[in-house]
Design a binder for this molecule. Sequence first.
Ligand code: FAD
Length: 501
Amino acid sequence: MASIWREKNVGIVPRAQLQGEFETEAAVIGGGLTGILTAYRLQEQGIKTCVLEADAVGSGTTGGSTGKITAQHGLIYAKLIHDFGRAQAREYARQNSAAVEAYARLIEKEGIACDFARCSAYVYSRDGMAALREEAEAAKRLGIDAVLAEVTKLPFQVDGALCFPEQARFDPLAFTRALAACAERMGATIFEKTRVTGLEDMRIFAAQGTVKAKHIVFACHYPIVNIPGYYFLRMSQQRSFAVALRGVPSLSGVYIDQQQGGLSFRSARFGEEDVLILAAYDVRSGKNTVGGKYRELLSAARKLYPDCELVAQWSEQDCRTVDEVPYIGRYSAETPNWYVATGFNKWGITNAMVAAGRLSSLIMGEAAEEEESIYNPARFKLLPSMKNLAGDAGNALAGFAKAAFSIPAEKLTTLPRGEGSIVEHAGEKYAVYRDEAGETHVLPSRCPHLGCRLEWNPDDRTWECPCHGSRFGIDGEILSEPAVHGLAQEKDNACADQLIK
Ligand SMILES: Cc1cc2nc3c(=O)[nH]c(=O)nc-3n(C[C@H](O)[C@H](O)[C@H](O)COP(=O)(O)OP(=O)(O)OC[C@H]3O[C@@H](n4cnc5c(N)ncnc54)[C@H](O)[C@@H]3O)c2cc1C
């Protein structure tokens, strides 16, 4: 089942694929919220911009988000002050608070129908008040209006909650699609079904064409170029699961547990009714090997709302940086005209707006103080040993078996229908899925990104890379970056393609 936003936004006419050679001032790789906001900002300022989207606008994490527009990112501000100091923590607080207002203005200016509504955002606790009090104090020191509450509208007792008033919520996919159309009206070009497979300096390669640009923005969620940048050494992906329920009282506020991976609540309009989106878990991508997450979530929902009825269920992943702050700025010191926005740690709605402002200012030559910014991607220090690690990871794939699949039938038919597993044969490991009709789908078991062994996700019936979160369908088609090739394609060259430059 797809997210309610995807269910609501069906029947969109696809855009053209990139064909042949295209030249532009700015090229944005990725047509999610970050890419579209950035393209809009650039085009608004007269920079000729194109977007290269692997699938369709909003088809990535944006389409599976819970759509809370808030500067309240769980419990973050006390930690930011502690880890980065007050000045940088204040920058984060200010920019994300300003982003909430920027959405309100933009939605009004462009008349975008996306169920935008103002609401309060709450972090609740069932584990005492100490962390909430500390966070309230930190938020206030950084200029955020933060109030402690003793009771909430949640269907269970809490010890308390921290409220940020005047936040908002919306349909993230309806917004992104509408804004893409606005950017096009201003002159931007958006290509769909155009997966970028490589770059050479300021030239971008896709299957059917190339783009030459003066500025290149990586808004493709997980950066697809490994070197330079080395993002693969400092980021992972975390997957969450969500259900939408009818027959549940509507909540005016949005809520999240102070515990990482605890329950998140928000109501949303779905057709003619209000539904509740309940999301939970925080599983590293590729590590949900046991499955049962939707069942567990539904059973938790039924305890809270005995009359609820399932409308939709979905899972989605987001990138996490080692210090839990996004990377927004220049891609690397070696590539002054490449830019990146990634690592939103499940709080990418306001951070995408921050990224669009920051990257468009950098491209316009207006931004300064990159070094001092909390978002500076260069805050990571590359150690010599890490360079070797990159080389080793590449080598892991170089010897990938080209052998024809000759696995004896008995090894395959013992696999239950509807399940996938890594099967060993003649010293090689294969990713094997047996479908409901009993047919087996055999694939290489290593990720073409950097050669890690794939794992089966039984809930979503996908192959996932536990190292960096690339995902593949049962026939090897690529579902999520950072890989740029599917499993069924030439493997030996794939890694070399990605270790570009
Ligand atoms: C379950 C869940 C709930 C969330 N809820 C919230 C919330 O309530 N509030 C909040 O602030 N944040 C939330 N987030 C986080 C937020 O949704 C994301 O951080 C944000 O949507 C990321 O947007 P993006 O544009 O960077 O990435 P994406 O939406 O993933 O867009 C990237 C695009 O790049 C494309 N792409 C990838 N590789 C290539 C390539 N090689 N060539 C061309 N295109 C490529 C993809 O197809 C995709 O469309 C949530 C995240 C999850 C997982």
